[in-house]
Write a protein that binds this ligand. Sequence first.
Ligand SMILES: Cc1cc2nc3c(=O)[nH]c(=O)nc-3n(C[C@H](O)[C@H](O)[C@H](O)COP(=O)(O)O)c2cc1C
Length: 251
Amino acid sequence: MNENFFIGRRTVRAYESRHISDDLMEKLVEEASHAPTTGNMQLYSVVATRSEEMKKRLAPCHFNQPSVEGCDVVLTFCADFNRFIKWCEASGAKPGYDNFQSFMTAVLDTVIFAQQFCTAAEMKGLGCCYLGTTTYNAPQIAEILELPEFVVPVTTLTLGYPKSKGADCGRLPVGAVLHKECYSDYDESAVKNLYAEKEAREDSRKFVAENGKSSLAQVFTDVRYTREANEHFSKVYYDFIESRGFGMPLK
Ligand SMILES: Cc1cc2nc3c(=O)[nH]c(=O)nc-3n(C[C@H](O)[C@H](O)[C@H](O)COP(=O)(O)O)c2cc1C
């Protein structure tokens, strides 16, 4: 593998019309399924949407991001305790997985599986884009994909052969994320230094100007990920996971 593979990888949002073969799809799912999972329970499923009709139905759930209808396959990765619970019940075992802890266990398995899928696909020349909108509109996605109890959408990947490579959007320096032995907290000047390079980038400056803000951080707090939206979607998602069987245990 090229030693710069990880540094050079990019999110891809525009795809060629070329189809990914069923054999390749199955190979990628097989490779992803060798990711580590809690107790080797494999608490995930992935729903592959290939038909134009189903992509059209999913598109509004992702706020009509063009990659949904523009990709070859939309992959909805779901935390899934349904299969495991059914196996327990069919085997004289009493499952205790109708709680938030079990939901988190399944979410971890799902995200690790999705990322291994993404890496496997990128290593074969495909391009992917995660869609964070999955948790915003999980109830509608679940209805379209006919997900049963104990199956909750966690994330989505759009997948296809890349039309163009995504832009390099940079990263914080390693020192921002690596703490040696103990967590070293940031004072104001340290945190400003760590974000200085990101703020000075041409694309960041453009972003600030286009949104009429006075700092890059304000683009995040006031435009992209606002308190209002976060509070609204917290409630939607929490109510949904509870309705799917993963609530807090009753005292
Ligand atoms: C959980 C998650 C949700 C994301 N949601 C979206 C999304 O809804 N739309 C989008 O275009 N990109 C989305 N992305 C892609 C990020 O914007 C992208 O990874 C980030 O800007 C860094 O760019 P790079 O992957 O090209 O290095 C998401 C990524 C992750 C991990």
